[in-house]
Design a protein around this ligand. Sequence first.
Ligand SMILES: [Zn+2]
Length: 277
Amino acid sequence: MTKAPRTVTAILIAAALAAGAAAQTKPPTTREMALLCWQEFGELVPARVRTVLVPFGSLEPHGVIPNGTDSLAPEAMARDIAARVDALIAPTLNYGVTEAMKAYPGAVSIPAAAYAPFAEAVLDGLAANGFKNIIVLNGHGGNTAALNEAATRVANARRVRVLVVNWWTLADDITKAVFKQNGGHAGNNETAYMQAIVPEHIHPERYKPEMATPNPAPSGAYYAVPVQSTILLYEKGQGYPTFDAAQAKEYFRKVNDRVAELVLDTIKKWDLAGVYR
Ligand SMILES: [Zn+2]
C-alpha cells in the first residue's frame, strides 16, 4: 500500500509547484506604481519586473490642444506599451522647463536650476527601488538636456541602464509617412497624437493657419521670448494640424509601436553586452 501515499505526495508537490509558478507568472494587479501597494511592489521589483517607464512633460501652450500635451502624450504612450515591454509605469512629472512660453495663459515653467536635480532624484529613486532599465518617455524638448545629464549620472552612479526617448524626433519618419510632410510643435504630429487620446479636448474651431510660425531657419537665425506662436513648424510651409480622426489613430498606433520596439531592442542590446545587469 505504498502506491497511494506516493501518488498523494506527487499530487501535493505538483500543486505546490503550480501555485508557485502561478505566483511568479501572475500579472501585476496594475502596472501603475501609484496604484500598487508597497507589499505588491516589493514582490514585483526587481524579482519579476526590471523595467520602469517614467513620463516627463510640461505645462505650456500648444496651439489648440491641451496645455498638458507634453505630459498626457507620454503618459498615454506608457499605458499603451507597458505590458508589451513588461514594465511598470512611474507617476508623470507634469511640469518642465518652458521659460520661452511662460507668457501664455496657464503655462508654468520650472527653472532649469530646480528642474535638473529634481529630475535626477526621480531617476535615482527608481534605481534605488531596484529597477534595472529606466525608460524616460520625454514629451518636451525643453527638458531634454537636463534629462540626458541626469540619465548619465544616475546610470553610472547606480549601475543601471537609462534610455531617454524624445518620441516626436524618434517618430520623424512616421510623421513624414503619415502626413506626407514634416511636423511641428503643436503641429500635425502632436495634434494627431492628442486627438487619438482626448478628442474632446481638441479645438479646431479655434484654429487659424496664421497661428503657426516656422522655426528659425537657418537654425539660430533669431530667438524670440516669448515665442511669437505656440504652433512652431519644423519646416516652413509644413506641419499644420489636420484634425483627421482616422489619421490620428494611425499615427498614435505607429508611434507607440516604434517606441516599444526601441525599448525592447535597447534592453536586448544592453543584455547582450552584459552592461550594468
Ligand atoms: Zn509639446
